[in-house]
Design a protein around this ligand. Sequence first.
Ligand code: HEM
Length: 434
Amino acid sequence: MAPGAFPLIGHLPALYRDQPGLLARSRATLGPLFWVTLGRRTWFLVCGGAPALDVLQSRAFSSLHFQKGASLVVGRSVLAQDGEIHKRMRGAMHRPFLPRGLAASSMARLMSSALVALVERWSSRGSARVLSDVQEVAIAIIFRSLGIHDADLSAWRIQYRELLLSNLGIDVDIPGSPVRRAVRARAWIDAELRKLVTRVRETPHDESLLGSLAQGTDEEGHGLADDELIDNLRLLILAGHETISATMAWIVITLAARRDLWDTLREEVTAAAEVPTTIEEARRFPFAEALFRETIRMHPPFGVITRVTKEEVVLHERKVPARTTVAVDLWSIGRDPTIFDRPDELRPSRWLGRSVAPSPIEIAQFGAGGHFCLGYHLAWLEAVQFTVAFAKIMGRDGKRPALTSSIPQPIFVPTEHPSPRVEIMFEPETRPPR
Ligand code: HEM
């Protein structure tokens, strides 16, 4: 068992304070397989190293536990399914998220104009609390792609914030409690999503993201029923903004801290006329893409992913019984010196000049196997759009980002992100670095 567990609350404080540190220290002393507890009889068997990827690719592990653990947000969406149901849902949903689907839809243009507007605001204001600003824009993008009007955005934001109270893990259900508020918010969100679904079902050939999902079918022609579509839309709102906004905020913080990276990026974007709107165009910005990949490696929004064993399995030569919750340690993969040379250094150049696409283990921060991130290409495009827009607009205005203090410690719950208090200044290029 990992050292340092407290009675009743187990490793919770250490997981909040320094999740990768706890797992790395335990791995160093115990090897790649050890137990972590959240107290109250909740145990995880942490599994690191290459076999961890096998866990995500094997049919001996299940994702059905998400229907219980994270049910208010995740419901019975694609994330919380196994086998045939998962295959059907995924088959019906994947088209708009592929590079070709992204190029054909209005999503990329919607993202680009919202991100450009954000950077223009930052440049004229001179400073920004980056995390909350990018979160606001990223969630607005996903809401708009579902056909929600700008006038209704703030009501949706409020309800979604209420729904996320269910992630606090406080399950006391009394009037005014986080759970009660989250249940009420979910009822509001589901009722509104149902109206959107009804409307889009009556509009054939709607090319928005919502339209594509409503019309989508798998290879056998099966689509999503209304309730399934609603569960998946609720998941997409969360998956489509929490992760990517943390990544964009880390990119700004990194560029503010590292003048060398800022200069290289500025050189790359100077000649570019436009912000890219397809994956093909995004590939013309290899340094921006490398910065995105390196940021995700250093700051994976999900440091661990859980599965439950359906049967007895062998992991790292140990027998693991059925119904064990296994936590796949993605931190350990991102910092493995046999996969990444000098893994503790943030070095985008490690991704440059390659002739082959990154291997599954190099992009394990997006998961692996059947549940590999559905939004991978979207996240890649959005991050490159943002990075290019940021460097272009700041460069045009003769500015560069600067930190007002040292690089902040990450926050690890519910997913890894920088502190919302971090403020970035946009200073004249001519001012000497702090
Ligand atoms: C930095 C960006 C992102 C990261 C690091 C990330 C990471 C992940 C990971 C690790 C999983 C696998 C979870 C598991 O196996 O239990 C996943 C699944 C998923 N992601 Fe992402 N994600 C990102 C962005 C996005 C975006 C932008 C969207 C949608 C707009 C999205 C939609 C999804 C969906 C729907 C799934 C479930 C897929 C399935 O179960 O088949 N993600 N993501």
